[in-house]
Design a binder for this molecule. Structure first.
Ligand code: NAG
Ligand code: NAG
Length: 227
């Protein structure tokens, strides 16, 4: 009887632990990640759906998003190129400061905008960033965005986005899955306020696309904790 009781306690304690484990999500990117309200709308949905997520990063962005008191931490660096971040090992330090279980990455826009590098070089940089994420956490859940449109460099962005699924399918692994999220399709010029950054409607679209992938990543972590 006593032993059964202990067993019951242990099982329920593990279940509570699995359910209560707070999940750390790092939104990684440039100004498209730093500005606007898409992270706020995702945070709001986490609260509504009961997902206990700590949004992490060395930066704090101060937009007013309907007065929402959301978790403003993030790793969006205005003007940063993926190629620089990868070459300088900056993400290594950011993840040391703020370890994460999930990273979303919307990066490459500034590289393409500056027109200095081929799409392959930028893709290779994103691949290196994925390696650095896995060095930090071998079970990292990684969500890679196909970029929102950049009308000034439309064909370059299309080409870059087209190469993303195949490139990351090759880098996929069971221990550290990568999911590609299409942030391009149906994103119109009305969803951009200055030809680069999302407008209010763009923020809603970005949140709508990332959210199911984030929930999938959370569930895959929780499934592992319970197994
Ligand atoms: C990686 O594997 C997961 C799990 O099988 C799958 O859902 C995902 O689409 C794969 N990612 C890529 C980029 O192929
Ligand atoms: C694109 O927009 C149309 C019309 O608003 C909608 O029906 C469709 O589901 C959207 N597709 C995607 C991939 O979001």
């Amino acid at each position: 009887m006593a032993r059964l009781h202990v067993l019951t306690l242990t099982v329920s304690a593990l279940l509570v632990l699995a359910q209560a484990a707070q999940i750390r999500w790092m939104p990684l990117g440039d100004s498209i990640t730093d500005y606007g309200c898409w992270r706020a709308w995702i945070w709001e949905r986490f609260q509504k759906d009961g997902h206990d997520v700590n949004i992490v990063g060395s930066q704090v962005a101060g937009e007013d998003c309907n007065g929402l008191a959301f978790d403003r931490d993030q790793e969006g660096h205005p003007g940063f190129q993926a190629t620089d971040i990868a070459a300088k090992g900056q993400l290594v330090d950011w993840l040391k400061q703020n370890p994460a279980a999930i990273v979303t990455m919307h990066l490459g826009t500034v590289d393409i905008l500056r027109g200095m590098l081929s799409g392959l070089e930028v893709l290779t940089a994103l691949g290196k960033l994925v390696d650095q994420m896995r060095d930090s956490n071998p079970a990292m859940r990684i969500i890679v965005a196909q970029l929102i449109p950049l009308p000034a460099m439309d064909s370059e962005v299309r080409e870059f986005n087209a190469a993303i699924p195949g490139y990351f399918a090759d880098k996929n692994s069971t221990a550290s899955p990568i999911w590609v999220v299409d942030q391009w399709t149906n994103f119109t010029s009305a969803d951009l306020y200055d030809g680069i950054h999302p407008s209010a409607s763009g923020d809603v679209k970005i949140a709508d696309r990332f959210y199911p992938a984030l929930v999938g990543a959370i569930q895959s972590i929780q499934g592992e904790l319970r197994a």
